[in-house]
Design a protein. Structure first.
Length: 130
C-alpha cells in the first residue's frame, strides 16, 4: 500500500432507519411543521409513527416532532392525537387549526344538542335497538 497523503477520519455511521423515516415522513413534502408535544418521546412514539413524524427527545415533559404534509392535513392530524401540543412553526398550521376550531364551534352552534335532547333520544330507543 502506498500512502497518498490523504487521511480518512472515521465518522459515526448514521442510523439508516432514521434517515429513511425522515425521508418518508418529512422530506417528501414541500411543507413541514415543528410541534412541541407535551409528553416525553418514549410516550409519543406510541402515538406518532416513524413514517408520520420525526421525534426529537426533549425532557420528561415534552419532545419536538417534525411532521410533513400540507397545513390542513398537519392540523387535522394534530387534533386527532390524544396529546397536548404547541405548533412552533409554521404559522399557517396554527391558522389551519384556528379555522378547524371555528368550523367545529359554528357547527355546534348551528345544531345544538342539549342534554335533554340527548336523553330523550336515548330513552326513545327500544331495548332491542340499543
Amino acid at each position: 500500500m502506498i500512502a497518498s497523503g490523504h487521511r480518512n477520519t472515521p465518522r459515526p455511521t448514521p442510523d439508516a432507519g432514521a434517515l429513511v423515516a425522515e425521508g418518508v415522513a418529512v422530506r417528501v413534502f414541500d411543507t413541514s411543521a415543528r410541534v412541541k408535544v407535551m409528553a416525553p418521546a418514549q410516550e409519543v412514539v406510541h402515538h406518532i409513527g416513524p413514517t408520520v413524524g420525526v421525534i426529537e427527545p426533549g425532557d420528561d415533559t415534552f419532545c419536538v416532532v417534525t411532521i410533513g404534509g400540507d397545513h390542513d392535513w398537519i392540523a387535522r392530524y394534530l387534533i386527532s392525537l390524544d396529546l397536548r401540543f404547541e405548533v412552533i412553526e409554521p404559522r399557517e398550521v396554527n391558522d389551519a387549526l384556528q379555522a378547524l376550531a371555528e368550523r367545529m364551534l359554528s357547527q355546534l352552534a348551528a345544531h345544538p344538542l342539549g342534554n335533554q335532547d340527548a336523553n330523550a333520544a336515548a330513552s326513545s330507543l327500544t331495548p332491542s335497538a340499543r
